[in-house]
Design a protein around this ligand. Structure first.
Ligand code: FES
Length: 127
């Protein structure tokens, strides 16, 4: 018996990520955030997923200030009155189009965007 063909991790990851959505739209109301775990570039990462009407954006859940998660508990994100995502660690505020820090200790830096698409009533990893 041969050992067969070995598949690299990145290939099996590609299969995995196309098989299951990050989150279904009915669980992500307009204006809401979700935190999901996903494999990005071979690493398990926490993602911020944000719905803006028909559009959904995602970023790594890593603050450019000190590398902390932005949620104060898993999936619990702070949103300011002016509609910015506020890092729970030290209060950096991020606008929710490009993920740029507009106030706080990392002003001018940005969250790392992750490409997602909406299809079949769900959010999927990849453009
Ligand atoms: S780690 Fe986010 S503001 Fe400091």
């Amino acid at each position: 018996m041969s050992e067969g063909v070995r598949t690299s991790l990145s290939i099996s990851h590609d299969v995995d990520r196309s098989a299951e959505p990050l989150v279904r739209l009915e669980r992500l109301p307009d204006g809401a955030f979700a935190e999901v775990e996903a494999v990005v570039d071979g690493d398990a990462e926490s993602l911020i997923v944000y719905r803006d009407g028909d559009h959904v954006r995602a970023w790594l859940n890593i603050c450019p200030h000190a590398g902390r998660r932005l949620d104060w508990a898993p999936g619990q994100f702070l949103k300011s009155k002016d509609g910015h995502l506020v890092c729970a660690a030290h209060g950096a505020s991020f606008e929710l189009t490009g993920g740029e820090c507009v106030a706080g200790p990392c002003r001018g830096e940005s969250l790392r965007a992750i490409g997602v698409t909406v299809r079949d009533g769900a959010v999927w990893l990849g453009d």
